[in-house]
Structures are given as C-alpha cells and as structure tokens.
Design a binder for this molecule. Structure first.
Ligand SMILES: [Zn+2]
Length: 163
C-alpha cells in the first residue's frame, strides 16, 4: 500500500502559553472570530486548524477537557459523530472536496500535538493534492487565504451543523 503521509500528523500546535489551548477556546466565546471558531453548542465547538494539511482542515472538539475518548459521555461522542457527518457534507457540498480524511490521535504515542484534550480532525482532499502537500511541508498557511477559507466555511457552518 502506498502511504504518502498521515494528514493529521501535524497538529494544531497552539502557542506556548499556560493551560490548554482548547479549553481557552472553549471558555472564551468572545474570541471565536480571532480563534477561527466555526461553530459551538453546549457540548462541542468546531475550530479551524491553524496548521492545516489542506485548506479547510478543521477540528471538532468537546468542551470537556479529557485525554480519554472513552471518558466521553456516549451522547457527546454520538454528537461529535453527527457533527462529523455534517462536516463531511459541508466540505463535499460547499467546499468542493472530493474526499475527506477523519482522524483522532489519542495520546502522545498516538501522535497528538495536544494530547490532553481530544479532538477529531476533518481534512478535505482532492485528487492529486499530495503534490501540494509535499510543497507545503510544515509551513503555516495563514494570512489572506486562511481567513478567506475561514469566512467561506463560517458562512455555511450554522446551516450545516445546526441540522
Ligand atoms: Zn482542555
């Protein structure tokens, strides 16, 4: 099997501040625009990955701070699954993705960049996009394109995730 890369290996690094990056986003809804949050409800929030493997890469994150998937209430996990279905639909119908990678890295040994707070990656894919990824490397995609993509997805996020 040809295995070129793991799209979720490079994680949302966050900054070197104290505390959990995801809890900081969770508890500061007034900063949602700055943090590039696409959606939030009482169980989860959805945020753009600042180090995307592909344009449009975002993460579904439970508000609960835990490093253990098995610690989530089953209802929360089902909710994450439902949001993932809607996220895939958003990426395919509205963002033009031809495929999507979904993944979780559980624990540092599992490759998690922020191991203490679990999160589910959604990475849109296109045929031939690995050439682009090779060129991109670990470069941080930011600035105008990143914001334009955030605004584009944000414009449809509530429609898709509130269904
Ligand atoms: Zn946390």
């Amino acid at each position: 099997m040809e295995y070129l890369y793991a799209p979720w290996r490079t994680e949302y690094h966050g900054s070197k501040r104290d505390g959990c990056v995801f809890c900081d986003i969770s508890t500061n809804p007034e900063n949602d625009a700055k943090n590039r949050v696409l959606y939030r409800d009482d169980r989860c929030f959805i945020v753009m990955n600042l180090y995307p493997y592909m344009p449009g890469h975002f993460m579904i994150v439970p508000h609960l701070h835990t490093d253990a998937l098995e610690a989530l209430e089953p209802a929360v996990w089902l909710h994450i699954s439902r949001l993932a279905q809607n996220g895939v639909r958003l990426l395919k119908e509205y963002f033009g993705a031809k495929g999507v990678n979904i993944g979780m890295n559980l624990g540092i040994a599992g490759g998690a960049g922020i191991a203490e707070h679990i999160h589910l990656h959604l990475v849109p894919r296109w045929i031939g996009d690995t050439n682009f990824i090779t060129a991109l490397g670990d470069t941080r995609v930011f600035g105008h394109d990143f914001d334009a993509i955030y605004q584009k997805l944000l414009s449809k996020a509530s429609e898709y995730f509130n269904d």
